[in-house]
Design a protein around this ligand. Structure first.
Ligand code: FPP
Ligand code: MG
Ligand code: MG
Length: 341
């Protein structure tokens, strides 16, 4: 993303780093078999925001700046993210990603799953060059991604027993429901974004305390990133988000706007609440649910909640030595909370 007010020298340096990341990414997803090369390069070629590599580079600039190891770490993180998208789109039955056909829509579920595995293998190979500590961090991150995704998937409540184990029954007035929901987001999205920041700080030569602060900042930024994603799933059109809107509602997933809508006592909301109680199969009902939720005050309540968490993430940076990179990380929080794609 464009970061307003960021120092020109920093912008130029990070821009060069991002170009190095892009070159390396395209190189490592290549394969002798042209079909495999096409399928594993599919989402790399589609672009994406490259938000995680950007965070790795910016975090390194809080220390001595990016170097070869920082670039490798950024590539490892983006590959892990890409792998998770291949799998996620199978699980969510999503047909659009980064403005192009999802891998499962294009190649079928079996290929999409295996290419996700292949990309995760490639990520591990890149991270192995960075030493045992980096590999251990990547492994622990992977465990959290999977745990978060498992809990996220249970939410769609295929069976009543599953629904019982989830936050499905709660609403935003129930602190336990909100806490449970945010902890899923911390695992499925926060963990990898925390690792993106951590690697940048580690390999950029930051001291241990700064590494810890930037890791915590990354985790909170990740939660804000996913909350913004949940809002976009309701509010945004496919041509800006690059994804099909209403995917969460279709699956019966109770994201923060739905948790807020459920606190309503207004009889006029009965239809919306009934529609959001489970998966929505019919396209007309999905369109109706989207329209009702878009117009509902719950959207603003969820936005306000996101803004409060963004403020908390930003405040963590106050403990660091001031400088252009810290300013850029501050601007990144606003860019993420208010993003439109
Ligand atoms: C997107 O959430 C999904 C994630 C952030 C995590 C996915 C994690 C896995 C599939 C497990 C890890 C697997 C590997 C191979 C690393 P979403 O569906 O809410 O967001 P979306 O709108 O982008 O689809
Ligand atoms: Mg998804
Ligand atoms: Mg998902």
């Amino acid at each position: 993303p464009q970061l307003p007010g960021v120092d020109d020298a920093l912008t130029a340096r990070v821009g060069e780093g991002m170009a190095a990341v892009a070159t390396r990414l395209s190189a490592v997803v290549d394969h002798d078999d042209p079909f495999i090369a096409g399928a594993s390069g599919h989402l790399v070629a589609a672009g994406g925001k490259r938000f995680r590599p950007l965070l790795t580079l910016l975090a390194s600039e809080v220390g001595e700046g990016w170097n070869e190891q920082v670039v490798k770490a950024a590539v490892g993180v983006e590959l892990t993210h890409l792998a998770s998208l291949y799998h996620d789109d199978v699980m969510d039955e999503a047909d659009l990603r980064r403005g192009v056909e999802s891998a499962n829509a294009r190649y079928g579920n079996a290929t999409a799953i295996l290419v996700g595995d292949l990309l995760f293998g490639t990520a591990s190979s890149v991270v192995a060059d960075l030493g045992a500590e980096a590999v251990k961090i990547q492994a622990e991150t992977f465990v959290r991604l999977c745990a978060g995704q498992i809990r996220d998937d249970l939410q769609t409540g295929a069976t009543p027993e599953e629904a019982d184990r989830t936050v499905l029954a709660g609403d935003a007035d129930d602190p336990a429901a909100v806490t449970a929901y945010l902890s899923i987001l911390a695992d499925k999205t926060g963990a990898l974004i925390a690792t993106a920041a951590r690697y940048g700080a580690m390999f950029g030569g930051c001291d241990a305390e700064t590494v810890r602060t930037l890791t915590e900042y990354g985790e909170r930024l990740g939660v804000v990133f996913q909350l913004a994603d949940d809002l976009l799933d309701v509010a945004s059109a496919a041509d800006t988000s690059g994804k099909t809107p209403g995917t969460d509602l279709r699956e019966g997933k109770a994201t923060l706007p739905v948790l807020y809508a459920r606190t309503s006592q207004d009889p006029a909301d009965e239809r919306l609440l009934a529609l959001t109680r489970g998966p929505i199969d019919h396209p007309d009902e999905l369109a109706e649910a989207l329209e009702l939720l878009r117009a509902h005050p719950a959207m603003q309540q969820a936005r306000d909640h996101t803004t409060r968490l963004a403020d908390e993430a930003r405040a963590l940076l106050d403990g660091l030595c001031p400088g252009p990179a810290v300013d850029a990380l501050r601007a990144l929080v606003d860019g993420v909370a208010l993003r439109s794609s």
